[in-house]
Write a protein that binds this ligand. Structure first.
Ligand SMILES: Cc1cc2nc3c(=O)[nH]c(=O)nc-3n(C[C@H](O)[C@H](O)[C@H](O)COP(=O)(O)OP(=O)(O)OC[C@H]3O[C@@H](n4cnc5c(N)ncnc54)[C@H](O)[C@@H]3O)c2cc1C
Ligand SMILES: NC(=O)c1ccc[n+]([C@@H]2O[C@H](COP(=O)([O-])OP(=O)(O)OC[C@H]3O[C@@H](n4cnc5c(N)ncnc54)[C@H](O)[C@@H]3O)[C@@H](O)[C@H]2O)c1
Length: 474
């Protein structure tokens, strides 16, 4: 405790932004209290978002033997009759371990955790209430960080019952595996779940009002990805809005604006998320959220309009990733206690844990063209790497976008096995301002998927090099 207030910082929410901020404050010798309304710490990230969805994906890939199907054939299964209980068992175990690690991290660093819902009394006081609304205590702090995250957007006209019509929270309580699934919303969440369920041989229909999916990703990568989706037999209904969703007995029925109707055993609605600011009584501290419950901050410092109140993580909107939320939490805590950090890297990677994975950083080909930057691309197919043959994943590609003027890497785009890990090799070269010559000259372990970088660099080099016979480059 410093001065007259109870804590140096009170952090509302224990997701990636909140937990990183609290531990950072403690490392700076400050007293920190984390208020969390769920019974376990970790936030949406650990309980309903990142970790559960990635665990489900991993459970599905191991139990179905997905990665070995390229070797043993499409009928290969590690376990026949996979049940919802099989998936939930792995889910519960992973979440429990994550919570344990975080509890221990807080304890080791002297961060106090209070369970209950936080609500502002004024700019330096917060009350904590129990689940039933009973006031437990009021705490004061010099600084407050709002890291309350988001929750699934649930429109009033969608008949959610968390059994047949579910959102990305309630799908995790899955009691049975449906035979058919409709996913409304082909954002990152919708795409990840659609492909995870398709890998279980469940008939999936994916619906989105937009004509195209994942518009921030290089189109050639998406074309490769779409090819895999049609290989699963996934039905795509793009460019059509959902007019109505209803239940008919044990089926969900979605009426589309183009007149078509989709019936399935389960419907997953993933049409975006809303900032969880409504219960915070923001007026009491002089703040207001926008129509989607989000707060505005100074991107350099993460201060809100009230300088002693910071906000970080999904509650401040784009890019709304666990990865970026962690960094924002650290930045906010450092600024709050007088340690100026450089602003976050403007270029950061995206990892989409669909089946197959997609990962991307920097400019894609369409963006390079729109900016009139002269560029060349280098492409490697995973089937060109020996590792691809040894381990099985047949499909996948890595694409480099390279400046023709400077030879610097402008972007890296990957679809396929381990894309979210492989991207970080390219990220290091790109953010350190490296040229693609690094990949031309470096020796790679063999056989590896990372070798795809070298193959892609050679591909670009072949096209950029003047030919001895005077003909145009290949
Ligand atoms: C299905 C899904 C998959 C995802 N996959 C990925 C991924 O693969 N990679 C990635 O980088 N990101 C992913 N994300 C996004 C990632 O989960 C979020 O970016 C991240 O969790 C945001 O962290 P946060 O710190 O803002 O808080 P959150 O994790 O949202 O947690 C906020 C916490 O605040 C608590 N809280 C809210 N209001 C109060 C209150 N009044 N009092 C006390 N506590 C309160 C909540 O109970 C919650 O525990 C995914 C999200 C979803 C939904
Ligand atoms: N791997 C990752 O990094 C990861 C994974 C999951 C989620 N996330 C984060 O979670 C956030 C939320 O993801 P999301 O997928 O819920 O939201 P989103 O806003 O990205 O996507 C929602 C989609 O639903 C569509 N849609 C909405 N209403 C519709 C309707 N009535 N009919 C047809 N289509 C409709 C929209 O066109 C949009 O494509 C993302 O911004 C992302 O940052 C990240």
């Amino acid at each position: 405790m410093t001065g007259t207030r109870d804590y140096d910082i009170v952090v509302i929410g224990s997701g990636p932004a909140g937990r990183r901020a609290a531990v950072q404050a403690a490392k700076l010798g400050r007293s920190a209290l984390v208020i969390e309304k769920m019974s376990g710490v970790g936030g949406v990230c650990v309980h309903t978002g990142t970790i559960p969805s990635k665990t489900l994906r991993e459970a599905v890939l191991s139990l179905t033997g997905w990665r070995e199907r390229g070797i043993y054939g499409s009928g290969w299964r590690v376990k026949k009759d996979i049940t919802a209980a099989d998936l939930r068992a792995r889910l519960d175990q992973t979440v429990e371990r994550e919570v344990d690690v975080l509890d221990h991290q807080f304890a080791r660093n002297g961060v106090t955790v209070a369970h209950g819902a936080a609500r502002f009394v004024d700019g330096h006081h917060v009350e904590i209430a129990s689940g039933s609304g009973e006031l437990l205590r009021v705490v004061s702090a010099d600084r407050i960080l709002i890291a309350v995250g988001t929750r699934p957007f649930r429109p009033d006209d969608v008949p959610f019952d968390d059994r047949i019509v579910v959102d990305s929270d309630s799908i995790l309580a899955l009691e049975r595996l449906p035979r058919s699934l409709t996913v409304i919303g082909a954002g990152v969440i919708g795409i990840e779940y659609a492909t995870i369920f398709a890998a279980l041989d469940i008939q999936v229909t994916l619906v989105d009002a937009r004509e195209t999916i994942l518009d921030f990703v290089d189109r050639e990568i998406i074309a490769d990805f779409m090819h895999d989706l049609s290989d699963y037999g996934m039905v795509l209904r793009l460019g059509t809005r959902v007019k109505s969703i209803r239940k008919n007995g044990d089926q969900a029925v979605a009426e589309l604006e183009d007149g078509r109707q989709v019936c399935s055993d389960m419907l997953l609605y993933t049409g975006g998320r809303t900032g969880a600011t409504d219960g915070l009584n923001l007026e009491a501290c002089g703040l207001a959220a926008d129509a989607r419950g989000r707060l505005k901050v100074d991107p350099q410092t993460l201060q809100t309009a009230m300088p002693d109140i910071y906000a970080a993580g999904d509650v401040i909107g784009f890019p709304a990733l666990a990865a970026t939320s962690l960094e924002q939490g650290r930045l906010a805590a450092c600024h709050a206690f007088g340690y100026e950090l450089p602003a976050p890297e403007p270029v950061f990677p995206y990892g989409i844990y669909a089946v197959p994975e997609i990962s991307t950083i920097g400019l894609n080909e369409e963006e390079a063209r729109a900016k009139s930057i002269p560029y060349e691309c280098g492409i490697a197919r995973f089937r060109e790497t020996s590792r691809g043959h040894v381990t099985g994943p047949g499909s996948g590609m890595l694409k480099l976008v390279i400046s023709l003027q400077t030879r610097k890497l402008l972007g890296i785009h990957i679809v396929g096995e381990s894309a979210t890990e492989l991207i970080h090799i390219g990220q290091a070269v790109l953010t350190l301002g490296g040229t693609f010559d690094y990949f031309l000259n470096a020796t790679f372990n063999y056989p590896t998927l990372a070798e795809a970088y070298k193959i892609a660099a050679l591909d670009a080099w072949n096209r950029m090099m003047p030919r001895r016979d005077g003909r145009a480059p290949l």
